[in-house]
Design a protein around this ligand. Sequence first.
Ligand code: NAD
Length: 307
Amino acid sequence: MIQRVAIIGLGTMGPGIAARLARGGLEVCAYDVAPAAIERAGAMLSAAETVLDALGIARTSGGAVRFTDSLADVVSGADLVIENVPENIEMKAEVYRAIDSLIGPETIVASDTSGIPITSLQAHISHPERMVGMHWSNPPHIVPMIEVIAGERTAPETVATIRDLIRALGLLPVLVKKDVPGFVENRVLYALLREVVDLVERGVIEPEDVDTCVSWGIGYKLAVVGPMALLDMAGMDIYHSVSTFLNTDLADRKDVAPLVTKQMAAGKLGIKSGEGIYSYTSERIAELQRERARKLVAIRRILEGGE
Ligand code: NAD
């Protein structure tokens, strides 16, 4: 049974995950290599707790979060380690090598990687059968779906333990049966992003109109009817006949679209640099973060059958 969890990496994802696990009664110890990240994590944890209150998620007794600046301390006695360091295989491998002699053979090591195959991460740890993908969606304290991915050497019991833990927390585990790059959530997202970037590049539509089209068209529906159920709603005959002429015209480029590489070269990275597809002031960024969290909470409450 999982009771003690170590979180390694307190950037965008770590604090929200820590807050959600503690709310479910787990003893969480959290660590980052950067002291500034540990300092920031306290405020991020409080903000996540406020959102969990707004979601009406009950507090299970015994749950708490403690921060530490020691790697040996964070993993000491942990039943589960969740690695949340940047999406870079070498950085992740360095963490696995560093904790290898500090954890017991029973400790499960889960990676929150967005899409690096778990099989390639398993090469860097002594007990690959205890390594698994546990891919949270951002913001992790609000989005209830978590992908669980087995690498080639992951034991079925490891997958079952993580799946049961997610269920016990009242969250939704999704089992990814093959260790494909990007898993499922990001493959679907990147297929969508490839298409919309292509449509904007070809001058078919303006970015604002893409956002309205997707958010208030298919996006609005998808939160209620999943894509496979949507196939049934539309009918196989319709999907078949549209696919015969549309599939050959859909974006299928293998490289990164020029729109993205040009923006990157110009330092226009999006919210983090103040400009990307749109422009942002620091006030607008704070306002967007509040507004998006509030709307995600409201929608989730409705979808779960609340008021
Ligand atoms: P981030 O860059 O915001 O934070 C990473 C943190 O890891 C930083 O605070 C950094 O100081 C710390 N770190 C780096 N090396 C370390 C080490 N050796 N030991 C301890 N801490 C170390 O990254 P993030 O967005 O939180 O993403 C973390 C992981 O989660 C990535 O694999 C990412 O792909 C995945 N993920 C991200 C999102 C997202 O939307 N941001 C969503 C789902 C999954």
